[in-house]
Design a protein around this ligand. Structure first.
Ligand code: S3P
Length: 177
């Protein structure tokens, strides 16, 4: 099977780090939708948010999701807000197995502290912002996930091993279905 592997999860959940390793381990090409958007727009994510606004960024995300889902044998890391757009998720799910990387709020806050590249986490009271976004998104991550991997308290090697095992089990099940 040459299905894509699509990583979803909140900012700071390790989609890029795990995705790169997963691509190397499974002989897939690594893509990330934020990177595709930046390439296409010729601007960084922060610049797009600042100059064109979040709605415009979300439109670009749908476009990037469709583009990425036409790839074959890719690992696709998505932005944390991708699950807000049903059209994007439908495209990604059509050609890919969706893996949700779950992280504890405390780890998310730790991993994203001091980060200036994520516009939604800038400004005062990051804690309540993360809490509100998580409340809105957790049900969506759960809804779209074919596989869920808990990452908190685990090493990268452990997360990778667990993910590879879960993919194998899921794909075997899919063949039977
Ligand atoms: C966003 C997550 C970011 C990026 C943008 C918006 C979000 O990607 O797409 O800043 O809405 O959660 P990462 O999850 O890779 O940080």
């Amino acid at each position: 099977m040459n299905r894509n592997l699509v990583l979803i999860g909140f900012m700071g959940s390790g989609k890029t780090t795990v995705g790169l390793r997963l691509a190397a381990a499974t002989g897939r090409v690594f893509m990330d939708t934020d990177g595709l958007i930046e390439e296409y727009e010729g601007k960084t994510v922060q610049e797009i948010f600042a100059e064109k606004g979040e709605d415009c960024f979300r439109e670009a995300e749908v476009f990037a999701a469709k583009k990425a889902s036409s790839a074959i044998n890719a690992v696709i890391a998505t932005g944390g807000g991708m699950v807000k757009m049903p059209e994007a998720m439908a495209a990604l799910k059509k050609t890919g197995t969706v893996i949700y990387l779950e992280a504890r709020p405390r780890d998310i806050l730790l991993r994203t502290s001091g980060d200036r590249s994520r516009p939604l986490l800038l400004g005062a009271d990051r804690h309540s912002r993360v809490t509100a976004l998580l409340k809105e998104r957790l049900p969506l991550y759960e809804k779209y996930a074919d596989i869920k991997i808990v990452t908190s308290g685990k090493t990268l090697a452990a997360v990778l091993g667990e993910t590879l095992e879960a993919i194998e089990i899921f794909e075997k099940g899919a063949e039977k279905r």
